[in-house]
Design a protein. Structure first.
Lengths: 217, 453
């Protein structure tokens, strides 16, 4: 009986089997890489704004406190975006003719707020509260990175659930002295006195921080 | 005519079955040498039923699980009933092929292939239902542990996650086992096939099988190893399925008898389904020489004994409910005996306990028609049993204010009927594409017969 397959198929058949498994594995690696890449997470991707507000200049250079503009951060879930009047506390006197601030002046005249583009957005099914994190000693820098070095704002962290849980599983990695919370350059807290600090600030043990209903209410 | 004697080894094969005849009888079905109008009629019916599934599932994806009759408190409706039913049916295959192989029961050789195929298609039908039931079936992969962006593993304390693993393992092992058994037979088909396209098709699946002694030696090693792996799965899969219920605290579910009771029920319904499929096939393709009354008798016996165990399960459940001194268990049992669930309960008893008592008679056990109808009744009864388990306990739990009821919608029925269509379609394609009886295993029987002392 004539052969059905040419001789080369002896090599081809196992090669296809091995190749398919390797490709499948590679596909998995690729999917993983894409999900953690800035393409999906937008980490370190600067977001353009109607007015090119620079945190680097205002925070790093001038040393304005976070709470000067984000007034709700200590008491509310949303840290708050400043109204145009906040900008005008200085800019009614400084750079009053600067073309780059034209939109700010226009907003003040018309009363329509400036349409800032959102940088950090958590899904609607996630309940996030700034005030509890800030009052338990989680520094701004833990989540938002070195804001004092960002000319335009970008995300420093993925905001994936895994990232939330990493910290909720090990809160000692983020909880610092309350005096340092708003210091944009404060170093990561040391682990030595973490236990003591967590007790002082009444941070609950990790198992309570991991309840589904903490965030999904 | 004198009744043929039953028992090993006289009638495992009819006299006159030779190597050539066995090959020809079996291979002629996939090789299209028998043109059967029955097959086409059955296939058309199967496709028609399959269209029910397509439509019902499409509508389900568009509108969500609200198209089904489920609601609170009965959140597990037909989807879970059908899942348990199909996965139970999927048990006979591995029992027949793996356990009977290890127990050296030669009567398995003519029926193993068919029941393995049935297992695989039944498990496919079963696996579909929990995924549809998810409501968001596109995120089914949440059930698997993989490095996700949520930093979460599946909840390993939940039997529902064990289910995903148990069913997945069972399917994988059954598929491999089935395929390894098929390799020599694919080679037979490759060598007998005349069309070049089909020669290549079978040639690819035959993996270059030449039938050398080394091939056989490795084949037998792999086959027996997989049989060893598959054997515990027969017990584990339905035990895990039963834990979906037994771990819950509801009256009628929270019971330690569930795992063995479910396994017995699975074997019972599995054998019933094997008979339901095999008897018509035997008639249509004239396989009486290979599937003899001896096989029918043996299968009926296994089915009967497992049915008696299921009956014992019903008895114990009722007895425990009545004597448990737990008011909720008691109320649940009363509701089954003569309360609102009595029609289902007594239908289950009729189908699964009373009617199968005819199997005491050997005449029934070897009569095609009687056996066929008994197997149909058992299939129906086992489905009703799952309705009883799933719906009754959910509908009436502890507080009367939270009681409810359950009525399936047309979409529930369409999905159930459609899953039957999917099963039949796959099964009918299988018997046209692969040997429905293991040619090499049957030849082994012939060889043993020739060399018997």
């Amino acid at each position: 009986m004539a052969q059905i397959f040419p001789r080369a198929y002896n090599t081809l058949a196992p090669a296809v089997l091995v190749g398919a498994s390797v490709l499948l594995g590679l596909l998995g690696v690729c999917v993983y890489a894409v999900f953690w890449s800035p393409y999906m997470t937008h980490v370190q991707v600067p977001i353009t704004q109607p007015v090119p507000f620079s945190h680097q200049h205002h925070v790093g250079g001038l040393g304005i406190d976070c709470r000067y503009c984000h007034t709700g951060v200590e008491t509310e879930s949303f840290a708050g975006m400043p109204p145009t009047h906040t900008c005008m506390t200085c800019h009614s006197q400084l750079w009053t003719e600067a073309p780059v601030l034209a939109q700010v002046r226009q907003s003040l005249t018309s009363g329509a707020p400036i349409g800032w583009n959102r940088v950090h957005n958590v899904p609607d099914f996630v309940y996030f509260n700034h005030s509890i994190h800030v009052s338990k000693g989680v520094g701004c820098v833990s989540c938002h990175g070195r804001v004092d070095q960002m000319p335009l704002m970008w995300k420093a962290q993925s905001l994936y659930m895994k990232w939330c849980l990493d910290c909720h599983r090990h809160p000692e990695t983020a909880i610092r002295d309350l005096k340092q919370v708003f210091d944009p350059g404060s170093p990561n807290p040391s682990r030595e006195d973490a236990g003591e600090r967590m007790q002082e600030y009444q941070v609950r043990p990790a198992r309570f921080l991991l309840d589904c209903s903490n965030c999904h209410r | 005519m004198e009744e043929p004697p039953l028992g090993y080894p006289t009638r495992l094969l009819e006299p006159g079955v030779t190597y050539a005849k066995a090959t020809e009888d079996i291979a002629s079905i996939p090789l299209r040498r028998i043109r059967s109008g029955w097959w086409w009629l059955a296939f058309a019916t199967a496709l028609f039923l399959l269209s029910f599934l397509m439509i019902a599932v499409s509508w389900l994806f568009i509108r969500g699980v609200g198209v089904w009759g489920i609601n609170i408190p009965v959140a597990w409706g037909f989807a879970i009933v059908n899942f348990v039913w199909w996965i139970g049916i999927g048990h006979a295959g591995t029992l027949i092929s793996a356990i009977l192989l290890l127990l050296a029961q030669p009567w398995r050789n003519s029926i193993n292939r068919l029941s393995e195929a049935m297992t695989i298609f039944a498990v496919l039908c079963a696996a579909m239902f929990p995924l549809l039931h998810l409501g968001r079936p596109w995120v089914f992969y949440f059930l698997l542990p993989y490095p996700d962006t949520m930093g979460l593993w599946p909840q390993f304390r939940s039997p529902l996650v064990w289910d995903a693993f148990a069913v997945g393992t069972y399917f994988t092992v059954s598929l491999l086992y089935w395929y390894i058994g098929l390799v020599p037979d694919f080679a037979t088909l490759r060598d007998r096939e005349t069309s070049p396209g089909m020669q290549r098709f079978y040639g690819i699946f035959a993996l270059g099988w030449r039938g050398s002694a080394v091939h056989w030696e490795r084949h037998q090693t792999a086959y027996r190893l997989l049989a060893g792996l598959a054997t515990p799965l027969v017990l584990s899969v339905h035990s895990v399925v039963s834990l979906d219920f037994a771990v819950g605290l509801l009256p009628g579910w929270h019971s330690t008898i569930f795992p063995p009771y479910f396994v017995a029920g699975a074997i019972f319904s599995g054998f019933a389904m094997v008979l339901t499929l095999m008897l018509p096939l035997r008639s249509i393709f004239k396989l009486h020489d290979l599937i003899t009354p001896h096989h029918l008798n043996n299968m009926a016996c296994v089915m009967f004994v497992s049915g008696l165990m299921v009956g014992y399960g019903y008895f114990m459940e009722t007895l425990m409910g009545l004597t448990s001194a737990d008011p909720f268990e008691y109320a649940n049992t009363i509701a089954r005996l003569w309360g609102s669930w009595a029609p289902i309960f007594w239908a289950v008893i009729l189908c699964n306990v009373l009617i199968p008592q005819v199997l005491w008679s050997r005449r029934v056990r070897t009569n095609e028609w009687m056996l066929f109808w008994v197997s149909i009744v058992i299939n129906l009864g086992m489905w009703l049993e799952r309705v009883m388990i799933v719906v009754c306990s959910l509908a009436k739990d502890f507080i009367p204010s939270s009681w409810g009821s359950y009525w399936p919608t047309a979409w529930d029925w369409a999905t159930l009927i459609g899953s039957g269509g999917l099963f039949l379609t796959l099964f009918l394609l299988f018997i046209r594409l692969a040997p429905a009886i293991a040619i090499s295993d049957v030849k082994e029987l012939i060889a043993e017969k020739h060399h018997a002392p």
